[in-house]
Write a protein that binds this ligand. Structure first.
Ligand SMILES: [Zn+2]
Ligand SMILES: [Zn+2]
Ligand SMILES: [Zn+2]
Length: 161
C-alpha cells in the first residue's frame, strides 16, 4: 500500500497537505499552494491555518503582537514587503498572497478584512441587511476529503503528510 502510494506519486507533483491541518474539516477543504521560500505544501485558506503553517513550517512567531516586535520580511515568492510585524504576517499572506477578500452582496464593495464588513454594513443604510461573501483567489482549489484514503487520493493527486 505504501509502496503503491510512493510509486504513484513518483514523478508527479502531489498536492501536499499537513494531516494535522485537516482535523476540523469534514467533507472538503479549500487549499492554496504556499510560495514561502521553497515550500511545496498547500495551506487551508483560513487565517488561523495560515498562522499555524507559518509557525510550524517557517518558524515565524505569528502570535507576536508587541509594538516593538522586530519586523520581518515576507519571503513569499515575488513579495517586496520587508516590514511586516510577525503578528500581521498571517493576515498579509491570507489577503495579499492567497487572494481572500470579503464582498458585500448588496453593493459589491470588496473588503480586506471580515470585520471591515461589519463596519461597512453599519455605515451604509442600504447594506444593513446585506450578507458578506468570501471571495477566494485564483490559485486555490477545493479538495474533497471523502475521497482521501489512507492519506492519499490518486484522483485528486493529494498526499497528506
Ligand atoms: Zn509553507
Ligand atoms: Zn508578502
Ligand atoms: Zn455594501
Amino acid at each position: 500500500m505504501v509502496q503503491d502510494m510512493l510509486l504513484e506519486s513518483h514523478g508527479v507533483n502531489p498536492i501536499l497537505i499537513a494531516r494535522d491541518a485537516l482535523h476540523e474539516y469534514d467533507t472538503e477543504v479549500r487549499v492554496h499552494p504556499c510560495d514561502w521560500k521553497d515550500c511545496r505544501m498547500h495551506i487551508p485558506v483560513e487565517l488561523k491555518q495560515v498562522s499555524k503553517h507559518l509557525k510550524q513550517h517557517h518558524g515565524i512567531n505569528t502570535s507576536a503582537t508587541s509594538e516593538d516586535t522586530e519586523k520581518i520580511a515576507c519571503l513569499w515568492s515575488g513579495c517586496l514587503d520587508t516590514h511586516t510585524k510577525p503578528g500581521n504576517i498571517s493576515r498579509h499572506v491570507l489577503t495579499r498572497h492567497l487572494g481572500v477578500r470579503w464582498m458585500c452582496d448588496n453593493c459589491g464593495s470588496s473588503l480586506s478584512r471580515e470585520d471591515a464588513f461589519r463596519r461597512h454594513s453599519l455605515e451604509r443604510p442600504n447594506c444593513q441587511s446585506a450578507n458578506v461573501v468570501v471571495n477566494y483567489g485564483d490559485g486555490s482549489r477545493v479538495i474533497d476529503l471523502v475521497y482521501i484514503d489512507g492519506g492519499w487520493s490518486a484522483t485528486q493527486n493529494v498526499m497528506l503528510i
